[in-house]
Design a protein around this ligand. Structure first.
Ligand code: HEM
Length: 195
């Protein structure tokens, strides 16, 4: 457990268990076509991206900065951006990269994915940081932003010195893993019967 990182509660015994089962996670991996080869490439991608984590987050945040309805997620209803909130979330963003690429996708990881989904939604947004920002990120924007998350890691992988084939392999694996993670985040947004 990492009590050093404000708001990061991975592995915390008080964290609710994800309603998604390990069996369902295994099926989702099959749906996403995620292979053992991908998991190895994901670890290589993780080494590149975690070394450059601040620059990676800067790149994602540049994309947010140009879209007013995304900037609003870190701001009050009056539009005042909360820099303390942004700074705390940045550190957990960086930890997510490491968790996604290096941790086993076990029950604790599954539980924290559920928590991250809730933190984007009205269920728990702002709570970890006692922030006073807008209370909810619409599901449609959560999903659509995966396009930016994925596209913007390519230059970092390309600059790593890996061959073109290795870069494609790392990017493929990263895209599948990100989509799978975001898929788990959608669970607290929707009724079980439709999920
Ligand atoms: C694929 C899409 C996205 C990814 C991969 C992503 C990733 C993350 C991660 C890793 C965290 C920290 C989770 C933690 O607390 O440990 C986070 C929190 C947050 N993200 Fe996203 N995010 C995505 C979409 C969005 C969008 C579209 C917005 C809108 C601007 C957004 C705004 C936020 C905010 C405001 C928080 C803090 C939530 C809180 O109050 O705890 N995210 N995100």
């Amino acid at each position: 457990m990492d009590h050093d990182l404000p708001g990061y509660t991975f592995g915390d015994p008080s964290l609710p268990r994800s309603p998604v089962t390990m069996e369902e996670l295994a099926r989702l991996k099959l749906t996403a076509g995620l292979t053992d080869q991908d998991l190895a490439a994901l670890r290589r991608a993780g080494r590149v991206l975690s070394d450059r984590a601040d620059a990676v987050v800067d790149s994602w945040r540049q994309a947010i900065a140009s879209v007013p309805h995304l900037v609003a997620a870190y701001a009050s209803a009056e539009g005042v951006v909360d820099d303390r909130y942004r700074a705390r979330v940045r550190e957990r963003f960086k930890r997510w990269i490491e968790d996604l690429c290096f941790r086993p996708w076990d029950q604790a990881w599954l539980d924290y994915q559920h928590e991250i989904g809730a933190r984007h939604s009205h269920l728990a947004k702002n709570k970890a940081d006692a922030a006073a920002a807008v209370p909810h990120i619409p599901l449609r924007h959560l999903i659509a932003f995966a396009a930016v998350i994925n596209q913007r890691v390519r230059p970092f992988l390309a600059e790593s010195g890996a061959s073109a084939d290795e870069v494609e392999g790392m990017l493929d694996a990263w895209c599948k893993a990100t989509l799978l993670s975001v898929t788990l985040w959608t669970r607290p947004y929707v009724a079980e019967v439709v999920w």
